[in-house]
Design a protein around this ligand. Structure first.
Ligand code: NAD
Length: 255
């Protein structure tokens, strides 16, 4: 019995207690994986614990991905609890939408420490577990803000553009050992983050800028992430996919 359980692949999702990360976790559960949800938000962690109850396939851990000691503890707990990790989704993110002259250094560091340092730390510290598995994969969640400069996203856009390049670096370094690394760049999705930083004007401009004329859903992002982690994507490495309703193809600016 325990052999069967140990053979079940494990997906680790950062920022997994709500929003896009939570739906990515649900995708993996629906597709027969065990799931580790890492988050630092107490209320979101409580809600996820209530939702998944006693499900033995779900491990929920309080972990701030910008803190090396938290990530080290999470890696040790995943190893002792599930004994393996096959996928890592670096989804945890924070957004500050301000121009350069209004962005404090503390805000800049806050965005970089989660969006970039967090992805670096989790990739580096989970890599030994991933390298033990055949067909392991990392997916970094960037944004269409990685693909365009705009007046409001000096910190957020820069962090996400750097994440796209971190993907390429890791794909080159880890590809030889069998770990593929790719990026998903979501367009706007209705989540707590969007409520925080998408003003009425930004929302209206997005509807005009996106050829499909709407926001994406958490399910549409999770489907792309799940595909990139699956065996069907076994020769895709170092790439990004914009899941954005055609925004990037239209070549227009960010609102
Ligand atoms: P969200 O704010 O609803 O969820 C993000 C989760 O990450 C939260 O549970 C939060 O507690 C967690 N988190 C933040 N910092 C953390 C840290 N240091 N350690 C651990 N957990 C942390 O946001 P979302 O919209 O679901 O965003 C998920 C990802 O998608 C982010 O990387 C975001 O930048 C990206 N994204 C979102 C949109 C959008 O429109 N919602 C668009 C493009 C990209």
């Amino acid at each position: 019995m325990s052999k069967v359980l140990n053979d079940k692949p494990v997906a680790v999702v950062t920022g997994g207690a709500r929003g896009i990360g939570l739906e990515i976790g649900q995708w993996f559960l629906r597709h027969g994986r065990r799931v580790v949800l890492l988050d630092r938000d107490a209320a979101a962690l409580d809600a996820a614990t209530t939702e998944f109850g006693q499900n033995p396939d779900v491990l929920i851990l309080n972990c701030d991905v910008s803190r090396p000691e938290d990530v080290e503890r999470a890696v040790a707990t995943v190893r002792s609890t599930f004994g393996r990790a096959d996928s890592l989704v670096n989804n945890a993110g924070v957004a500050v939408f301000k121009p350069v002259l209004q962005t404090s250094f503390a805000e800049w560091r806050d965005v970089m420490s989660t969006n970039l340092d967090g992805a670096f730390l989790c990739s580096q510290l989970f890599a030994p577990l991933l390298l033990e598995q055949q067909g392991a994969a990392i997916v970094n969640i960037a944004s269409i803000s990685a693909l365009r400069a705009s007046t409001l996203r000096v910190a957020y856009g820069t962090s996400k553009a750097a994440l796209v390049h971190l993907t390429r670096q890791l794909a080159v370094e880890l590809g030889d050992a069998g770990v593929r690394v790719n990026t998903v760049c979501p367009g706007p999705v209705e989540t707590e983050m969007a409520k925080l930083v998408h003003s009425v004007a930004i929302r209206s401009d997005y509807y005009d800028a996106i050829p499909q004329g709407r926001y994406g859903t958490v399910e549409e992002i999770a489907n792309a992430v799940g595909f990139l982690c699956s065996a069907e994507a076994s020769f895709i490495n170092g790439q990004f996919i914009a899941v954005d309703g055609g925004f990037d193809a239209a070549g227009v600016g960010l609102p």
